[in-house]
Design a protein around this ligand. Sequence first.
Ligand SMILES: Cc1cc2nc3c(=O)[nH]c(=O)nc-3n(C[C@H](O)[C@H](O)[C@H](O)COP(=O)(O)OP(=O)(O)OC[C@H]3O[C@@H](n4cnc5c(N)ncnc54)[C@H](O)[C@@H]3O)c2cc1C
Length: 381
Amino acid sequence: MDKFDYIIAGGGASGLSLAFYLSNSSLKNAKVLIIDKDQKNKNDRTWGFWTSEQTVFESIIAYQYKNIEFISKFTNRTIPLGEYSYNVIKGIDFYRFVRSHLSMFPNFSFISESISQINDTENGAEVITNQGVYTAKWVFSSIFDEKEIVKAAASKLYLRQHFAGWVIETSKPVFDLKSVRMFDFRTPQENQMRFFYVIPHSENRALVEFTIFSENLLEKLQYETALREYISSILELDDYQIIENEFGVIPMTNFRFPSTRGKHIINIGSAAGSSKPSSGYTFARIQKHVKKIVEKLEQGKAPVISANSPIKYHLYDSVLLNILKRNGGLSEEIFSKMFINNNIRQIFQFLDEEGGIRNDLKIITSLPPLPFLRSTLDLLF
Ligand SMILES: Cc1cc2nc3c(=O)[nH]c(=O)nc-3n(C[C@H](O)[C@H](O)[C@H](O)COP(=O)(O)OP(=O)(O)OC[C@H]3O[C@@H](n4cnc5c(N)ncnc54)[C@H](O)[C@@H]3O)c2cc1C
């Protein structure tokens, strides 16, 4: 049985971020084991996030935009981001970057094994894999069993953000590298929130992604048909090649994710509630959460910190999630009004849960009141 100070169960976005911040902290000499069932040598996702600050991952930002496009039947606008930028990091670059950084620390080790159990013990926790048992004072886990969460969230609102995307290459230069198309609602809504986003990689290459907020997933063919239709009738492209494809599901729920799974087992990542319930944006929230965990560890305190939204934002998200669930077709108008009536700083601060009550009220009062009133009453009664 191998003993460690910390075991990180799951070496994805949150696990590797935690390891990265640990290696840059006063705990850099701790004995750390990172366990993942995958080798993480494929580009299994790309992360988009906005920020007004430099990040520690600056050197691996693949694409950066200073404008976003918002297109719906209510408005068609290109919005300059001011002090913000919209950044895109490729999963594979992130995995390689963190692993290469950690290779300078002989006390950080990786194994590729499948974890079957994590149990609390008297003085720490043990991780059981298909090949062995490992113990540590603290175990941090991002392993996420959706079925378990759906069961625990039975009395809550539970939607999924599900999306399928293609990286396409065209023979002619057609994409504008200055802007990311964040929302394009020009697709049949089917009383759900459905939109496309387009992330240009070069003038003739872009990720085109079809995104839906709803309870159930579609058939594979339905995503493909919508993608094909958008590319031909909206982007007006016939001559293109599909270079890569992506599929993902992110939980969108007002279930309060537990911060721990035992006295010495701490949840991180989506498993801890780092996915914003009403938007699915997770990457930037993970960074904030795991940094706080490292601070607690440095102070010699138990690293138990909630990644869930503060109660005020939890309530706003619940009201919006309820609209998305019952009448998702209204989302095109709701999001359009938000982007028409507020400036980008106000919007990003609200979405980042940072703007303060005046900013919250400014955003909330700019939205159509009736759906929110009905949804609030519905949740109350
Ligand atoms: C395709 C896709 C695109 C996304 N795009 C964005 C985006 O643009 N912006 C954004 O903010 N968020 C995005 N997200 C949401 C979120 O940022 C990611 O899901 C993020 O990877 C979550 O981090 P995590 O650490 O919680 O989980 P992961 O990164 O999924 O890490 C969990 C790790 O646990 C490992 N694991 C699972 N089970 C076991 C087991 N039994 N034994 C050992 N290892 C195991 C997995 O292999 C994985 O490496 C996206 C999600 C997906 C799926």
